[in-house]
Design a protein around this ligand. Structure first.
Ligand SMILES: [Zn+2]
Ligand SMILES: [Zn+2]
Length: 85
């Protein structure tokens, strides 16, 4: 199926490589992609469910991940976990 790297790039391009919350310009490696509806709640990896956020805004959406959330990490899943799908 679609791989996360590709999906992520499409989201960043759609949003113009800037945070949809604070409009900060982001690099492709510094941007986070956030799920509007968390995957744990049945959210999909479709573009309509994904938005570009900077690290700070993304952390604000995930109080539990503050500090652990690194730039470039997909929302609610690790790159390793994604690879195993
Ligand atoms: Zn932001
Ligand atoms: Zn997120």
């Amino acid at each position: 199926m679609s791989n996360w790297e590709e999906t992520r790039r499409l989201v960043l391009e759609r949003d113009g490589y800037q945070c949809v919350s604070c409009s900060t310009k982001l690099s492709s490696t510094g941007a986070d992609v956030h799920h509007l509806l968390p995957r744990s709640m049945g959210g999909s990896d479709e573009l309509t469910n994904l938005v570009t956020l900077c690290d700070g805004c993304h952390a604000a959406h995930h109080p539990n991940l503050a500090g652990a959330s690194r730039a470039g990490f997909p929302c609610g899943q690790s790159l390793a976990a994604n690879r195993s799908r």
